[in-house]
Design a protein around this ligand. Structure first.
Ligand code: 2M8
Length: 446
């Protein structure tokens, strides 16, 4: 059935497509014009998820381009640099990463030397599900299948040395939630003298106010960590053995890996391969997340700091997200929902738009500061999917409506005030446009 769409919505659909067109580089879609002029890993997946509803070739191209930057060890880098454009508007660019001297990195395109949440098999599965041309999508999924397997194998081989079923991240950027309160404690432990920090100049604050971005102290640590990896030639074992000061079992990263394993199993079934190995991996990671990352005091999942060997007590939206991979048992899901549905986040009957990224009752909550409070559409898109799986339908509907209403209120911003809907960060932000389109088209064809 096709639902009726009013003129205002139609206009917004056109604007969303314009955002993606404007951000199109000729071979991939930038997250935003100036602030993010290259290709980012999980952005590419969220962008493909929107494209598939009206431009299948672009959806496929987005992921193909990202995987052209895959390292020979299987790692999918968090940035694939735009070679045709100078990286003048972004720091750190390829000259700082120096991955061109690393044998496992491709000669072209140039890339960063860390990764981001593995949501790519989920995007390929989405393409299979919503493709206009299913045969073409099957061919594409077959083409991606080996690369996706290599990506997952890299994670379990290099980032899970004890074979626990949990992979670690070693930089806040790897989580995708750069200045989340989750990292505060861990970053504080990294005590730096001036001589430890390479000379650098931030470029992000030329485009977005510094009150909406990470602090300079955060940046010093981000850059110190990159330098730490670079000095060790990005060799995982050396990075580990030489006391990497940031090693975390992140809830969202592992949840998305678990979900990606389930989606890879579904892809395998569709293209005639054995799904069992991926199902087994998903079960192993499910068990590990439940055993190690469930925080029974808060009633959500929490990250685990591998250095202090403790759960990190930060009440953030990613703690709800294991629902997206069918991880919590029903009693845990009920506790998660009961917390989400309070004023600390957003009650289903209140006028707040959607779930903020951080508990509003915390003293350092901010409705405008990046990953420390504002609403992010990608996190809410994931949350909505998880809530639907567990039958929390009314809340899921509220989120879908907000994904449509927030851009109508203030355009396709990077993040939004949970109450007023005011947009912050970059405007013309690609995944806000693509996830809006995904929700729009799915509702239209329901
Ligand atoms: C933000 O992260 C980059 C570093 O990777 C940055 O601030 O320079 C994050 O929001 C991240 O999740 C996102 O993928 C990236 C591009 O949109 O920007």
């Amino acid at each position: 059935m096709t639902a009726f769409v009013d003129t205002a919505r139609n206009k917004l659909v056109q604007s969303a497509k314009k955002v993606l067109n404007r951000n199109w580089s000729g071979s991939f879609t930038k997250p935003a014009q100036h602030l993010y002029p290259h290709q980012w890993s999980w952005d590419a997946a969220f962008i493909a998820i929107g494209y598939i509803h009206y431009d299948q070739d672009k959806a496929e191209q987005e992921l193909r381009h990202l995987f052209s930057g895959q390292w020979s060890n299987g790692m999918v880098p968090h940035i694939v640099f735009n070679n045709r454009e100078s990286s003048d508007t972004y720091f750190p660019g390829p000259d700082f990463w120096e991955t061109d001297r690393i044998p496992q990195a491709p000669d072209a395109p140039l890339t960063s030397g860390i990764c981001q949440p593995p949501i790519h098999a989920t995007a390929v599965h989405h393409i299979l599900k919503f493709a206009q041309d299913f045969e073409q999508a099957k061919e594409f999924a077959s083409e991606m299948f080996t690369q996706l397997q290599q990506w997952h194998r890299y994670l379990y081989r290099e980032r899970d040395p004890m074979n626990e079923g949990l992979v670690y991240i070693r930089h806040p950027w790897e989580s995708g939630q750069d200045n989340s309160p989750v990292w505060d404690q861990v970053l504080e432990q990294i005590r730096l003298n001036d001589v430890d920090i390479p000379h650098y100049k931030r470029k992000d604050t030329a485009w977005v106010g510094s009150d909406e971005r990470p602090t300079d102290a955060d940046y010093d640590r981000y850059i110190y960590l990159v330098d730490f990896f670079k000095k060790r030639n990005y060799e995982e074992k050396t990075i580990r053995q030489e006391n990497c000061p940031f090693m975390v079992h992140d809830v969202l990263f592992n949840t998305l890996l678990c979900r990606a394993n389930r989606d890879l199993a579904a892809i395998a079934e569709t293209i005639g391969h054995d799904p069992e190995p991926f199902k087994k991996r998903a079960e192993q990671t499910t068990r590990a997340i439940n055993n190690k990352l469930w925080n029974k005091v808060y009633g959500i999942y929490s990250d685990f700091d591998m250095l202090s060997r403790q759960l990190i007590p930060a009440k953030v939206i990613s703690g709800f997200l294991p629902m997206v991979a069918d991880i919590p048992e029903d009693d845990k899901a009920k506790r998660i929902f009961d917390y989400l549905n309070t004023r600390c986040f957003c009650r289903v009957d209140d006028t707040c738009f959607a779930a903020p990224s951080y508990d509003r009752s915390e003293a350092d909550y901010s409705s405008s500061k990046y990953w420390r409070g504002p609403v992010w559409l990608n996190m809410n898109w994931l949350l909505c999917d998880g809530l639907q799986k567990y039958g929390f339908t009314r809340y899921a509907e509220k989120i879908n409506e907000s994904i449509l209403r927030l851009p109508a209120t203030s355009g396709f911003h990077e993040y939004y005030d949970p109450d007023s809907g005011e947009g912050y960060g970059s405007d013309g932000f690609s995944w806000s446009a693509s996830l809006f389109l995904d929700v729009h088209y799915r509702m239209l064809n329901e």
